[in-house]
Design a binder for this molecule. Structure first.
Ligand SMILES: [Zn+2]
Length: 64
């Protein structure tokens, strides 16, 4: 299990399943109850609940 309290603004995180564009890495734009994430590959922005981040995250690539 990844400790998502380690995920900070500017962190790059990797999900278990890829985005439709094929990318798995996300740039963290906002943390809190909901997370705002930007796909590193296609730059699309999503808002996702903290619980869903906890379920989907595979690892933290880069901590800021
Ligand atoms: Zn994407």
């Amino acid at each position: 299990m990844v400790d998502i309290t380690e995920v900070k603004l500017g962190s790059i995180i990797e999900f278990k399943k890829p985005h439709p564009c094929g990318g798995k890495q996300w740039n963290v734009l906002r943390t809190g109850i909901d997370f705002k994430l930007e796909c590193v590959t296609c730059k699309r922005i999503i808002i996702i609940s903290r619980l869903d981040v906890t379920k989907r995250i595979k690892k933290i690539i880069e901590e800021k």
